[in-house]
Write a protein that binds this ligand. Sequence first.
Ligand SMILES: Cc1cc2nc3c(=O)[nH]c(=O)nc-3n(C[C@H](O)[C@H](O)[C@H](O)COP(=O)(O)OP(=O)(O)OC[C@H]3O[C@@H](n4cnc5c(N)ncnc54)[C@H](O)[C@@H]3O)c2cc1C
Length: 386
Amino acid sequence: MEFRFTEEQEFFRTAVRDAVDKLIRPRIAAIDEADDFPRELWNEFAALGYLGLRHPEIYGGMDADVVTSMIFYEELGRGSCGFAMSVTMQILMGTYFVGRFGSEAIKQRVLVPAIRGEKIGTICFTEDQSGSDLGGTRTTATRKDDGWVLNGRKMWITNGPICDFCTVLATTDASRGMDGLSFFLVEAGTPGFTSGQQIHKLGSHGSVTGELIFDNVFVPDENLLGDGPGNGVKLTTAILNEVRVMTALSACAIANEAMGDARKYALERAAFGKPIAQYQLIRSKFGSHWAWYEAARLLAYKAAWMIQEKLDCQHECMLAKMFATEMCQSAVDEASRIYGGNSFAMEYPQQRWFRDARFTLFGGGCHEVLLNTLGAAYLRRGPSGA
Ligand SMILES: Cc1cc2nc3c(=O)[nH]c(=O)nc-3n(C[C@H](O)[C@H](O)[C@H](O)COP(=O)(O)OP(=O)(O)OC[C@H]3O[C@@H](n4cnc5c(N)ncnc54)[C@H](O)[C@@H]3O)c2cc1C
């Protein structure tokens, strides 16, 4: 058993940390306030090559292993949560199906410019009436000539209002429920493909989120991503593991930043003649956070390692996500209490960590849905090691 990152991974972490410190952190408050996509920052960040983190070098990618990619997401989480959402969408789900299942022509046309940051991608599962329940997908793809015609609306799409391409989940055979779902590539400029309402969010400002509309959108056969129709849900499972661990490590980063800021505040702020850090009840918040944070991070990196080793780890990825995101809610709450009334003032950073932490509860699967699945699995298989 080895509880150490490799030298290359430590080197990589330092490089990402430097980039986040120089490019993103000085702009966090401005991005939050403007709540607009920071395109200039996007271009500067894309130039560093990280958008190709998980893609092969022949397409301009870095071909990083899973653990290394998680180091990247953790470091990115120390910056702007909204910007991190746009970036992780591009790296993970936005380009995943194109990179894995796209034809060579699609890879050259879509993936290569996406890795350079010149095209922005996203993925569309969610609809007005279905989020956790993909079986409720109403967007249809109907066979026509040598292609497919898509009809429907997708909601809550990160990068949606600015996307150049998207991977859309649609039903190709409604009678087969979850086994009748498939993924299609749709590119901006395709007739019938438009952007609808934009959603103004509580947190994660800087990532733009909205509705995408598909009105008789025709795509050729090669835009069906995956080997044949009906494989959508099966293909989603593989990438969801990575999304869950990424979300867990983003949550760890948010928690750590919130408590790090609170630490400085507690050491400086005085009440009844001494710094509040000297009161046992304040001190215990840090002791407690330290334990939960370390446990959350260990679970997350263990799950990352299991994905990398190609072990069966769907449940471990869920555990990691669930534990870290709950730890994060508690950390931002405790950090806010340490700030007292100032936690309610927009000029302090606590309110932003508090708002941004909320998204981690939904991304990669809602807490209750994961609990439900894990509970059922536990009842089936019994206690660990039994
Ligand atoms: C900022 C943001 C960005 C997003 N970006 C994208 C994106 O780019 N692409 C995309 O496709 N989607 C995106 N989403 C949507 C996100 O994936 C969904 O919000 C998520 O899947 C949950 O779906 P829902 O909101 O419809 O909640 P619902 O599925 O309606 O759930 C509502 C409540 O019911 C609970 N629940 C549901 N089913 C069960 C169950 N079986 N057991 C127990 N409890 C259950 C849930 O836990 C939750 O508490 C984004 C969401 C947000 C907030």
